[in-house]
Design a protein around this ligand. Sequence first.
Ligand SMILES: *[C@@H]1O[C@H](CO)[C@@H](O)[C@H](O)[C@H]1NC(C)=O
Ligand SMILES: *[C@@H]1O[C@H](CO)[C@@H](O)[C@H](O)[C@H]1NC(C)=O
Ligand SMILES: *[C@@H]1O[C@H](CO)[C@@H](O)[C@H](O)[C@H]1NC(C)=O
Length: 178
Amino acid sequence: MICRILLSLGSCVFGSFVVNVTQTSYQAEENHNITLEWTFTVETGRSPTYLNIYCDLVTDDKSSLLYRVHNGAEVSESQDEKFSGRVQSDKDALREGRIRLQLCRLGTEDSGQYRCEVNTDYGSRSASCRLNVTAATDQRSTSPPQEERKDWKIIIIVLTAGALLLALLCCAFYLGSC
Ligand SMILES: *[C@@H]1O[C@H](CO)[C@@H](O)[C@H](O)[C@H]1NC(C)=O
Ligand SMILES: *[C@@H]1O[C@H](CO)[C@@H](O)[C@H](O)[C@H]1NC(C)=O
Ligand SMILES: *[C@@H]1O[C@H](CO)[C@@H](O)[C@H](O)[C@H]1NC(C)=O
């Protein structure tokens, strides 16, 4: 009996609350958007008395706040200004224990380790994922060949039209001479 109580207490304190990442690493290109996702345990039929979430980008020497929930409500004040207006959260997902954060207009400086720490009255954990943003490939380098191809198309059309006109004229002459 005591053993059972201790066991369930143990799993309650140490084992039952988890925070997962749905993907350990993300790859994206500059100027694109990406959705980072974490999941955490929600006990069915019981909403947490309090829910605090703290998500940040951790680079070598500092931490930049990406997203924060305090007592169940989103707080934007302390968000790092480099993320200002670029983070969109999914509030419906949050109720189901999913932190879905869309980060818009990515820049290479957004690369790094993203960590979310979740605190509830039944547990506290954190999980991290990596984001690698690569510089956009230069669009201009691919356009000249396309333009060249367009030029060729025009030349072929003009030549074909010219040949048809010539054939038509010859035909008219031939018919006229009859
Ligand atoms: C990125 O997200 C913004 C806002 O949600 C949207 O307007 C834009 O089309 C998206 N861009 C890409 C490349 O998905
Ligand atoms: C976390 O991951 C473990 C192992 O994949 C899985 O069993 C568990 O259901 C996940 N929990 C949540 C809340 O996503
Ligand atoms: C980021 O992606 C580029 C291109 O795929 C790759 O060469 C580079 O090694 C990646 N960097 C990290 C830190 O994963």
